[in-house]
Each structure stands twice: as structure tokens, then as C-alpha cells.
Ligand binder design. Sequence first.
Ligand code: HEM
Length: 515
Amino acid sequence: MALLDTVTGTLGVTHICAAAGAYVAWKIVYALYISPLRNVPGPFLFRISWLPMRLLEVIGDEPKMMQQLYEKYGSTFVMEPDKVAICDPTESASILNTHAFRKDYHYEKVDFMEPNIFLTTDPELNRHRRRQVGPALSLRSLLHMEETILDAGARQLLAKWDCALASAGPDGQVRVCYYDDLVMMAFDVISSLSFGESHRSLTTGDRSIINWVQQTIRLMFFQMAAPIIKHRPFRWVIGTQHAHVDRFFTYAMDRIKTRKQLLASGAEKPKDILQSFIDAEDPESKVRMTPSDVQTEVIVNAVAGSDTTSLSLSWTIHLLLLHPQCLRRVTDEVRAAFAAGHTITYEEAKEKLPYLDACLYESMRLRPVAGNMPRIIQPGGMTSQGHFIPGGYSCVVSIAAVNINKDAWERPLAFNPERFIANPDNKRAVLTFSSGVRVCPGRFLAWWEMTTVLANILNAYDLSLPEDALFTPDRLDASGQPVTMPEYHGVTRFPKYPARDCVVLISKRPAAKGH
Ligand code: HEM
């Protein structure tokens, strides 16, 4: 306060206001007449300050706002004084297809992890790491892990819901919060594979490691958004997160040591991601990962591969409940193909359930759980929708906006899985897992898990909305589509009130309809 008094006393409030006014005036003049982005459409306030965008991020409204801005300003618009949003599918692909558009430097602000596949902005390290970890996450490799995926995933979930149904009343129905159960289940799958021991948080209710994962995500994004908190005197703000993260890293390293001891005792090599990462070798350089590389990458897996998968499934169930004709059709498809009590595997589902696949694609198109993908414009710049954007400026590819681009999709806001049956090529236009050189390497595992879980749920249970549900098929928005539950976009896009809006009534599949 004393310093402030001295400064205001010496300069006078008038001088300070005049300086602030001149600064704002300069920002406005620059944005409107000098900036290379002056002719790119976009909201006035976004041109002169990065604050409105940060505010939207804090409010958690980013994906919806990106869609609205796309609808108002078109496929390219200014979102910060030196940043544009790209929503055109072809331009997005040309950005994502090359390492020349590097990942934004914010990712490098994270200091508690070694450089890794996700955070690195260095194309060479990313290529090298993808060559090492890619094979472990391929479809061929997952085939050997199917039992683990089914045990921790679909089978565990069904066992829990069957147990709940054992205490059902005369109507044979119980209420479950599918969001909660899917969060724990997806965490159990990725952890069982990545840490090499059976995780059953869904059954035991033990959330300790989930908590570590969530604190790691939080710390990562705090450090990216506000790097100043890494330094004194702000470090206390993230003290608790650090304690959790330290325990998580110690746990991961312990799991690697335990695995080495197990193999030294002559045991057969387990078939999981942990072992594949320990054995992984870059085919070009023949370099293998060190124990601390493996420790970091299995942690990245848990961070990138749990909430993303469970949220995508939660959105799919929500959208199916709001479109009962689609729910009926997909349930009929599953039950026509499989007998009650059969555990549906991934290969079986891929062969016999095209409509279920289409429902997953459609929900991931409309509710992509990852948001903007930030990149730096390549040296030499690029032309977007006729506007030149200089090299070194920032851009984001907005997954939410590309997925509803009017040039690519007919009736883009409608939930219509049929579009993928009529034209399977449409699947390639869904950007939810990104595309190009940094496309999600975990997408096969995510598909494996989502497909088997959804197929087995629909085979075992009838699903319906409870009477007190706020969001129902007949509550429509201005475009004639059912209003979806409120959401919040933090790192991923999750339901704002899951305990209220992600509740479903389940009952056993009627015996008469079984085989
Ligand atoms: C439905 C589930 C998932 C969705 C929607 C999703 C989406 C994405 C997206 C959009 C990216 C690109 C981010 C960017 O470039 O800025 C990405 C990257 C990544 N994902 Fe996924 N993901 C999912 C599941 C998984 C799973 C299960 C794993 C792990 C097994 C995983 C591991 C990764 C990794 C390591 C990267 C970084 C790749 C790189 O930068 O080269 N993801 N994911």
C-alpha cells in the first residue's frame, strides 16, 4: 500500500489514468489499423486483449463459444490480438498434417515432468517417442490386452450394476449415475494396463490414484495457464498438487521396479502397456526408453486416457437417452446379434454393430471432449480464408467448430448417426482424436473400451430416463434439437451437474427378447 501511495502521490491519479487511456487507445489503433490481423473477422474486444478469451476459459464455456463465433464470423476469426481460430476442415488438416506448425510453447511451461510425447513442442522428440510408444497402443498389441480391458471395463461395470439390481424394487429398476461409474471404470482400464496391477476403483470405491491423476492434470494446466505460480511467493498455491504428484511419480517408478523383479524371478512377461513401454525401441535409432521415460509416459497415458474416454461414453449415453428412436435402434441391433449373458468383444462388435459404431462417432462429433488445439503458424505464414496470417502468430484448431462445419456436414447440429451408415467416409472427417502428425495415439484403446462397454451395457440392460429428469427428448431448443445438459469445459468437456443429469434407470434385458 505504501508503495502504491508513493507512486500515486508522485505521478498523480490523473497521470496514471492518462497513461492507461493512452495504452488502451494505442491497442485499439493497432488492432484496427496496423495489426496484420486487422482484416480478419472477429469480435472487437478479442482484437485488443487476451482477457475475454481467458474469461471464457475460466467460465468453462469455450467450446460452445467457439461454435457460436464460427457461426457468426466464419471459419477463421480473431480470438486474441495475435491469435486466430481455424474452423475449416481442409485448413485444419493442413496445419495438423505437419510438424512445421509446432505445438504452442505453453506446453513447455510444465516443469514437473520430463519432456514427453504430449508436452513436447520439439518435432524430433515427438517423432522419436511416437515410434517408441506407438506399437504398444496399436490394434494388434491391444488384441493381447483384451481380457484386461474387458475385466476392468465392461465386465466390472456389469457386475456392479447387476449387484445394484439385486436390491431393485417390484418394478425391477434402479437408478445409477453412469458418469461416476464410467469415470472410475475408465481409470481402472488405463491403470491396469499402464501400471501392471489390477485396479478396481469402481468396485472398491478407492479413489486415491484417481485423485493423483486429477491433481496431476490440474497442476499441468495451472503451470501452462499461469507459469508464475511455479515461483515464490505463489508456489504455495499449488503445494497440495505437488504433494499428490510426487506420490504418483513414486508409485509409477515402484511399479516399474516391481515389474523388473517379477521378470527376474522367471515369471512370464505380462501383456500390458507397461511391459510394452519397458521393451519399446525406436526402430530408427534403436534407442529404448529409460526407466524415467517409461515412468513419465505411463503417467501421460493415465492423464490423457481416462477422463477423455469416460466422458465420451457419458455424452453418448446422454445423447441416446435424448433420442429414444436411436436408442431403440442400437439396442435392437445389439440384441439381434448377441444372446443375453454373452460378453461382446471388440472384434465381434466391429463386425456386427455398424449402427453402434455410428452412434459413437456421432456423439463424439457433437461433443468432442478435447477443446482447442493450439499451434504456432509456420515460418513464412499461411493464408486462411483469404487472409494472410504471419509466421510466429498463434492459431488454434477448434475441434468443436470443425466438427460442425457447414461445408462438411448436413444439418450439423442434429444428432444423426445415420450419416455414418449412409457414408462411412464421413468418419474420417470427425476431428475428435485430432489428425495428422500428432493424432491421438490412444485412439484405438479408447475405441476398444467405448465400443465394448456400450455394446455390453445395451445387451444387458434396458435404459430409460427417470421421471424427474430435467433434460428429456421433448424439451427442444430453437433449432428443434433436444436441449442437452449444462456442461463445463476445463481440460475436458464434462457435465456440470452429473449427479443430477447423468442418472439413468436400468433394468435387466427382458428374457423374452433374448435368444
Ligand atoms: C475418447 C478418448 C480420447 C480422446 C477424445 C482423445 C483426444 C486427443 C486429442 C484431440 C489429442 C491431440 C491434442 C493436441 O494435439 O493438442 C490427443 C493426444 C494424445 N492422446 Fe488422446 N484422446 C483420447 C484417449 C486417449 C487414450 C486412451 C490415451 C492413452 C492410452 C491417449 C493418449 C494421448 C497422447 C499420449 C496424446 C499426445 C500425442 C502427441 O502429442 O503426439 N488418448 N488425444
